[in-house]
Design a protein around this ligand. Structure first.
Ligand SMILES: Nc1ncnc2c1ncn2[C@@H]1O[C@H](COP(=O)(O)OP(=O)(O)OP(=O)(O)O)[C@@H](O)[C@H]1O
Length: 479
């Protein structure tokens, strides 16, 4: 296996790596770093926790040390927490350079960010929305000479999911030079490959880790089949068991909505578990503070929405629990990838209701891994069922008495106004769309029913015919 020096990395960077316990390159680093150092664009696809961040940070630092100027490199990433994590890697590895970095994310003070941008930092790490806002509102900085554009979690940046970055990316691309190196990384690049190649146009070097599975071998992937009403009792039972047995383990629990995240946090606190939450309805400062406390193991249990599904690197996380089964296999891959990182072991447990079984099948198909059942003492779960459900109901009532739902509505309206839309008009449009969707669904249902009836009729006819034939044959035989 190659070492960092033989890949072309300078001695000072090799020393920096050694100080952080990074002694041997991982495969994604071994393959992508030489291509990046040669000046090529790069698309790197490797499993979660395989060291993709250092695969782009190290060559950028090397090139920066040869010809230092600001703004040299722009890194785009989908979440604010991830932006801070990437900037931290640049800062730690680039310490001997006196690296100046700048983090541009939403929810933080825009004026101080503008000031930092105008101070020509070497590296800017940003979420697309806030950086695009700065580009639209100020002319105190220029990115026309950047050498590197990096898109981490590149497939997410190009997806048109609940947060659509398209417009912001167009704004950003508009101010970047055509002559640059573009590096795109993710654990799940392949389905957006064609679009990505339009961004990394300079005959990109493409590397994908060859493996039969899309999740890491060190991850023990489990499921528990449960009725919806017993889910929380299973959750409490699991956490009780894990915390009783391993006092150094941290656990992440993924939920589908901010409200559910809040309720589960409140509920687990009622059971005295050291729980903290992370979701997009929290103030940004609170989000950072909670994540810092979880990272420092002040709180051992983090309840999060998919805002924490990608990229976060927290070595103490031994268990990931999916309180809901993710509808998209890719989200499953990123969620469970928060454990079993960098060669460590980990376990993921997905709570599955009878309505989610088809989702598990598509997860298994995509990951090429069979999920195994997690053994649980059901008697123990049933013992706490009533207490858990009563506690949840109490927490729901408590939350309803706060302005949580109202805040959600205000946040939505604010977002629409920021996007230049009229919230009332949008609400009307949404209602109309829902109506049309409902009608379409009804229409589809009717067609399905009539097809079923037709099929049933045809089958009946066939059976009748067969019966008659049989009778005829029998009659002929006796004659
Ligand atoms: N060569 C190496 N040897 C040992 N550890 C490494 C090496 N390179 C990186 N690491 C460590 O591995 C961990 C995971 O790395 P990183 O966060 O870059 O993973 P990733 O591939 O970006 O994962 P994800 O897809 O989840 O974002 C980090 O703690 C990092 O410091």
């Amino acid at each position: 296996m190659a070492d960092f020096s033989s890949l072309g990395l300078s001695d000072w960077l090799v020393r920096q790596c050694e100080q952080l316990g990074i002694n041997k390159p991982t495969p994604v680093q071994e393959h992508c770093m030489p291509a990046i150092l040669q000046g090529r664009d790069c698309l790197g696809c490797a499993k979660t926790g395989s060291g993709k961040t250092a695969a782009f940070v190290l060559p950028v630092l090397q090139k920066l040390s040869e010809d230092p100027y600001g703004i040299f490199c722009l890194v785009l990433t989908p979440t604010r927490e991830l932006a801070y994590q990437i900037a931290e890697q640049f800062r730690v590895l680039g310490k001997p350079l006196g690296l100046k970095d700048c983090i541009i994310v939403g929810g933080m003070d825009m004026v101080s960010q503008a000031l930092e941008l105008s101070n020509q930092p070497h590296v800017v790490v940003a979420t697309p929305g806030r950086l695009a806002d700065h580009i639209r509102s100020s002319n105190t900085f220029s990115m026309s000479k950047i050498q590197f554009l990096i898109m981490d979690e590149a497939d997410r940046l190009l997806e048109q999911g609940c947060t659509d970055f398209t417009k912001d990316l167009e704004t950003i691309m508009g101010i970047l030079p055509a002559k640059r190196q573009t590096l795109l990384f993710s654990a799940t690049l392949t389905d957006t490959l064609q679009e990505l190649k339009k961004i990394a146009m300079n005959q990109p070097y493409f590397w994908e880790s060859k493996s039969e599975t899309r999740t890491v071998e060190e991850l023990d992937q489990r499921y528990i089949l449960t009725p919806e009403k017993v889910k929380d009792a299973y959750l409490v039972h699991l956490i009780q068991t894990f915390t009783d047995q391993h006092d150094d383990w941290s656990i992440i629990i993924f939920t589908n909505t901010c409200k559910n995240c809040q309720i589960i946090t409140m509920m687990l606190r009622e059971f005295n578990f050291p729980t903290i939450s992370l979701h997009s309805m929290m103030k940004q400062k609170q989000r950072f503070a909670n994540l810092a406390k979880f990272k420092a193991s002040v709180y051992k249990i983090l309840i999060a929405t998919d805002v924490a599904a990608r990229g976060l690197d927290i070595p103490t996380v031994q268990v990931v629990i999916n309180h809901n089964t993710p509808g998209i296999p890719k989200i499953y891959i990123h969620r469970v990838g928060r454990t079993a990182r960098a060669g460590r072991n980990g376990v993921s447990i997905t709570l599955v209701t009878q309505y989610d079984i088809h989702l598990v099948h598509s997860i298994e198909e995509q990951t090429q891994t069979k999920l195994k059942e997690y053994p649980v003492e059901e008697k123990e779960v049933l013992k706490i069922l009533t207490q858990v459900n009563v506690t949840r109901r109490e927490c729901e009532i408590k939350l309803e008495s706060t302005d949580f739902d109202e805040k959600k509505e205000i946040n939505k309206r604010k977002q629409l106004i920021l996007e230049g839309k009229d919230p009332d008009l949008e609400a009307k449009r949404k209602a109309e769309l829902e109506k049309i969707k409902g009608q379409k669904k009804l229409f589809k249902q009717k067609i399905q029913e009539s097809i079923q009836r037709q099929k049933h009729g045809q089958l009946k006819k066939k059976l009748m015919k067969r019966k008659q034939m049989k009778k005829k044959k029998a009659a002929q035989a006796t004659a």
